[in-house]
Design a protein. Structure first.
Length: 478
């Protein structure tokens, strides 16, 4: 009997086939543009990728684990350098970002579980344009491949389109396909997904010598004014978990059910998105911040009263300080959001792309800490008045150099409008910077923004060509 058991174990070991992969880093770069204008725009990096795949008889086991994921962007006028990352990566020992396990046996899904740690997504109009161009390029490539397939064998393409699969080779094959059972799901668990989302409209415009006038007209559009009202600051979204046990469903129907679940879960979170709009003063964040202060106001003394009278006194002081900091910090954030949105919309009236780009750069320097709060606030007010007055004289000259007499009068109109608009924007920017600084000083410094994992790809020109290639690989390109 023992010899037979040992033989069965050996057979099981021989029937099991497995493969494991472990990669320290996986990187995907998106390069946009043509000719000498090509440049690296996006980079997605996965750190600590592990996967294992095993087949034992009819059973298939799959495990996937991602330690870290980050998507960087490299546009010069982007609001944030990082598009997507795990929100707890600042911790000393963060948990794996993604973990998934799947056990399948024939048409039966024995077990599937997936867990994603909280994510932080930050996007602006510049990054969305870069993503749109990347997807458009991929779509064009797919269309070209499809056109080539249609031209090479139109009959086969039409048959595949109609059947969506290869035709049966025999009547037995056709009968097997018709009687194919539906998929069975013993247990499927998708854990909750938490997302912190921020969005900033693009205030600056990319201006070239050919589209300066068109860019100026774009700044007056109502669509851009509405986009400024859509600025989000750390909207907290939580999508509920999804679970299925002992179900018999077609795979396509199950996938649609999961998609519908997450769509409805997102719709139920719209109040959080609206409550995080900067144009409304971020009421959700305000209530959350003040609520945390109120909780500390009562909790700290209650915790101290069970210890000693002196601990109770310290708790009262700590709770009162926490409540005051929460109220001042929350109100500062709300007021700064509203003044910032107002400044963005008023600045559109200037119709000056160069001014908008310079203004955005100054504000990025303040947010990154390169410029102090007091100095940044004073500089914003001074520059607003200085640029407004200087524009009356400089804009007509610049317009005449570009477009002659028509450009002179266009520049004169920009200068006259700017002398009224730019000082107002300067005062609003100065107030925004000062209020934000007060809030940070009272409630504590804001955590530093996420930084890129690596610089963009370096591209070098090819010999006797306007095209660019990856630096160091020029000799491989023919």
């Amino acid at each position: 009997g023992s010899d037979d058991d040992a033989a069965d174990d050996d057979a099981d070991d021989e029937s099991r086939k497995s493969i494991k992969a472990s990669l320290k880093i996986v990187a995907l770069h998106v390069v946009d543009g043509e000719g000498p204008k090509r440049k690296s725009t996006l980079a997605a990096r996965v750190l600590g990728f592990e996967a294992s795949h095993a087949v034992t008889g009819a059973q298939t086991d799959l495990e996937v684990r991602l330690e870290r994921l980050q998507v960087d962007q490299f546009a010069a006028d982007a609001r944030w350098p990082v598009l997507l990352r795990g929100s707890d990566e600042a911790d000393a020992d963060p948990a794996p970002l993604v973990e998934a396990t799947c056990v399948r046996e024939g048409n039966t899904l024995r077990y599937l579980a997936a867990k994603v740690m909280p994510l932080e997504a930050t996007a602006d109009a510049t990054s969305l344009r870069a993503l749109g161009r990347a997807f458009a390029t991929l779509s064009d490539a797919r269309t070209e491949a499809l056109d080539a397939r249609v031209r090479s064998d139109p009959a086969a393409w039409a048959e595949a389109l109609a059947t969506n699969e290869a035709p049966p080779e025999s009547s037995e094959d056709a009968r097997e396909k018709c009687l194919r059972p539906r998929g069975c799901v013993d247990a499927l668990i998708l854990h909750p997904v938490e997302l912190t989302a921020s969005f900033a409209p693009a205030n600056g415009l990319e201006e070239t010598a050919d589209d300066a006038g068109e860019a100026a007209v774009e700044r007056f559009s109502s669509l851009r004014a509405l986009s400024n009202l859509a600025e989000l600051d750390k909207a907290q979204l939580r999508l509920k978990s999804f679970g299925v046990e002992r179900a018999v469903e077609e795979p396509g129907l199950l996938a649609r059910t999961i998609a519908r679940h997450y769509v409805m879960a997102a719709l139920t979170q719209l109040h959080r998105v609206v409550g995080s709009l900067a144009s409304l003063g971020q009421p959700a964040n305000l209530v959350s911040t003040i609520g945390g202060g109120v909780k500390e106001f009562f909790y700290a003394p209650a915790q101290g009263v069970v210890e000693s009278p002196s601990a109770f006194a310290r708790g009262v002081a700590r709770g009162t300080t926490g409540l005051g900091a929460a109220v001042v910090g929350g109100l500062s954030t709300s007021v700064a959001g509203m003044t910032n949105t107002l400044g963005n919309n008023v600045s559109m009236l200037a119709g000056d792309a160069q001014y908008a780009q310079a203004r955005d750069k100054r504000r990025r320097d303040i947010r990154s800490g390169e410029t102090g709060v007091a100095a940044g606030s004073a500089e914003a007010v001074a520059r607003g008045f200085g640029e407004g007055v200087a524009g009356v004289f400089l804009k007509p000259v610049q317009g005449a150099q570009k477009e002659g007499a028509a450009g002179f009068f266009k520049g004169l109109a920009q200068g006259v409008v700017g002398v009224a608009v730019k000082p107002v924007v300067g005062v609003l920017d100065g107030a925004t910077t000062l209020v934000q600084g007060v809030g940070d000083a009272v409630s504590g410094e804001r955590p530093p923004e996420a930084q890129r994992l690596a610089p963009p790809l370096k591209l070098a020109p090819l010999a006797d060509s306007d095209e660019l290639a990856l630096e160091g690989a020029e000799g491989l390109v023919r």
